[in-house]
Design a protein around this ligand. Structure first.
Ligand SMILES: CC(=O)SCCNC(=O)CCNC(=O)[C@H](O)C(C)(C)COP(=O)(O)OP(=O)(O)OC[C@H]1O[C@@H](n2cnc3c(N)ncnc32)[C@H](O)[C@@H]1OP(=O)(O)O
Length: 167
């Protein structure tokens, strides 16, 4: 039986479930989303080799075990049932800042055909609200310079620089 990630209740409590007659319903990722275009959506973010259903399920269950500290949101097109956007936030638990928490926004993507209608901003704002509801004192993300305007619209300000080391 299909179960949404257990973060669903916490996310709903933080303002989720806005399916009230809107064209897109933003909700937590479900196992069945593999057949609603989730992987194709992620492919628009970063082209990857195809993922088997088994691998998808294993990763889904791994993330579910993290509870509300890891939330993947998707936007479902109410008319077609296909996914039009996705994004994730994970909550880092620190020792500093009196054992403070930091939200990390990752893997935000809107289907090419649905861009420019405010969907990306809606997803990001919902991820931020989730992090705030989990007690985070800040939310951070990495992006290319071309996207700073988009994230500024979502309330972010530029701070420091990103560094990476790839294997
Ligand atoms: C942390 C990360 O995940 S970074 C990776 C981000 N994802 C990608 O790059 C994947 C490919 N791109 C996309 O999926 C989309 O273009 C997104 C997610 C960047 C934007 O999604 P959209 O739904 O098109 O954005 P949305 O319509 O919500 O835009 C909100 C506002 O930001 C503005 N905006 C959107 N994209 C940009 C941009 N690249 N530069 C500047 N402003 C932008 C819009 O004009 C809009 O402003 P307005 O309110 O004044 O009209």
């Amino acid at each position: 039986m299909e179960q949404p990630l257990p973060t669903a209740a916490a996310e709903a409590a933080a303002g989720g479930g806005d399916g009230d007659g809107e064209a897109y319903r933003i909700r937590p990722l479900e196992l069945a989303d593999i057949s609603r275009g989730f992987l194709g959506l992620l492919n628009q973010l970063s082209p990857s080799p195809p993922l088997t259903e088994e691998a998808f399920r294993a990763r889904f269950e791994e993330l579910a075990a993290l509870g509300a500290d890891h939330l993947v949101l998707v936007a479902e097109d109410a008319a077609t049932g296909r996914l039009a956007a996705a994004g994730a936030v994970l909550v880092e638990r620190k020792f500093i800042r009196r054992c403070g928490r930091v939200g990390h926004v990752e893997d935000v993507v809107v289907d090419a055909a649905a861009r420019g209608r405010g969907l990306g901003e809606r997803v990001v704002r919902r991820l931020v609200e989730h992090a705030r509801g989990r007690g985070c004192y800040k939310v951070i993300l990495n992006c290319t310079p071309e996207l700073t305007g988009f994230y500024a619209k979502c309330g972010f300000v530029e701070k420091n620089v990103q560094m990476g080391l790839y294997f």
